[in-house]
Ligand binder design. Structure first.
Ligand code: NAP
Length: 305
């Protein structure tokens, strides 16, 4: 399918792809680059790719698949800088968490290359070169968003690539991806960032009380709110329209619940909570999470993003 995979950005996603390729596609060469010298050194120590390069040009040289695994806002500029270094017949992809604006940036940066964006819906709240692990994509979804008139042979090679890494692949329109992920991932992160900020700012509740009684639900929000600030800043800026659409809808639903509490409408609250409990059951039944109280995460945390 591919002989040489180049990875730009050796953090959680890039490192996991490098390890997964080495585990699932022995014989395929892997090379990589990261902007930070410390990350490059650690990536070499951990063997995230077989060759860690000192320049991005060296990393992509000869590669027939190049995957950008840098924060969403960096993907376009990094691709642009590598326009002349990437083989003309190489397939270029990325793992960015939003798709429409990144696809547009990649198409502008690399007008003569085949670009097929993708988003593995798999991650943790950890980032950097120590965060990656080979099984990150096992039984997780990877959404591929091919532009119109995509080279079908290259598309099927990319699909096969992700399936070999253990993912279930879904092909989707980039705009639809952005709406779906706005509600399943971006909005929950925004809510977590908000609530953790609010609790920390409350003057009548001390900081030690917030930490001490965090098991009351707050703790699960803090895990999400610990996610990488650079990446999430870029996610909200790059998926602005879809996030604002879903936020408007969320605000209306929150107002309806607020009203139910104010007027003492227990029936409305109960039926809402019953419906949300059923959603949780479906997620477990479909194998997308674990029913155990610690979500089965243990030390090796894995969850959807
Ligand atoms: P990460 O662990 O922070 O890794 C990103 C790496 O890219 C960092 O080591 C960063 O270096 C490096 N980098 C930044 N700018 C660069 C540049 N110009 N050239 C080369 N390297 C550069 O983040 P991640 O979680 O792997 O996220 C990477 C991408 O995956 C993002 O686009 C994100 O939207 C997407 N994604 C993330 C998740 C998730 O759960 N985390 C899930 C699915 C998709 P420094 O930190 O040293 O600057």
């Amino acid at each position: 399918m591919f002989r040489h995979v180049a990875i730009i950005g050796l953090g959680l996603q890039g490192g996991s792809i490098g390890l997964a390729v080495q585990a699932c596609l022995p014989g395929v060469a892997t090379s990589g680059y990261d902007i930070s010298p410390q990350t490059r050194a650690r990536a070499a120590e951990r063997g995230l790719v077989s060759q860690v390069c000192d320049t991005p040009e060296d990393a992509v040289q000869g590669a027939d698949l190049v995957i950008f695994c840098v924060p969403p806002g960096a993907i376009g500029p990094v691709a642009q800088a590598l326009r002349d270094a990437i083989r003309p017949d190489a397939l270029v992809s990325d793992v960015g968490s939003s798709k429409s604006s990144i696809a547009a940036a990649l198409a502008e940066a690399l007008p003569d290359h085949t670009v097929i964006p993708a988003h593995p819906v798999a991650g943790t709240e950890n980032s950097g070169p120590d965060a990656g692990f080979a099984s990150l994509f096992q039984n997780r979804w990877c959404i591929v968003t091919p532009p119109e008139k995509t080279d079908l042979l290259k598309l099927s090679a990319l699909v096969e690539f992700w399936e070999t890494l253990g993912a279930n692949v879904e092909i989707m329109d980039a705009e639809h991806h952005d709406l779906v992920l706005a509600v399943t991932s971006h909005l929950p992160h925004l809510i977590a960032y908000t609530i953790v900020g609010t609790a920390s700012d409350l003057e009548e509740v001390t900081r030690s009380e917030v930490i001490k009684y965090s098991a009351g639900g707050f703790r699960d929000f803090t895990r999400i709110a610990a996610s990488d600030p650079t990446m999430w800043r870029d996610v909200f800026l790059s998926n602005k329209d879809a996030v604002l659409t879903m936020l408007q809808r969320f605000t209306e639903d929150l107002t309806a619940l607020q009203r139910a509490i104010r007027v003492g409408d227990g029936e409305a609250l109960f039926s809402h909570f019953e419906r949300t409990r059923a959603t949780r059951r479906s997620i477990i039944e479909e194998g997308q999470d674990d029913a155990r109280p610690d979500f089965g995460r243990g030390d090796h945390r894995r969850n959807q993003r």
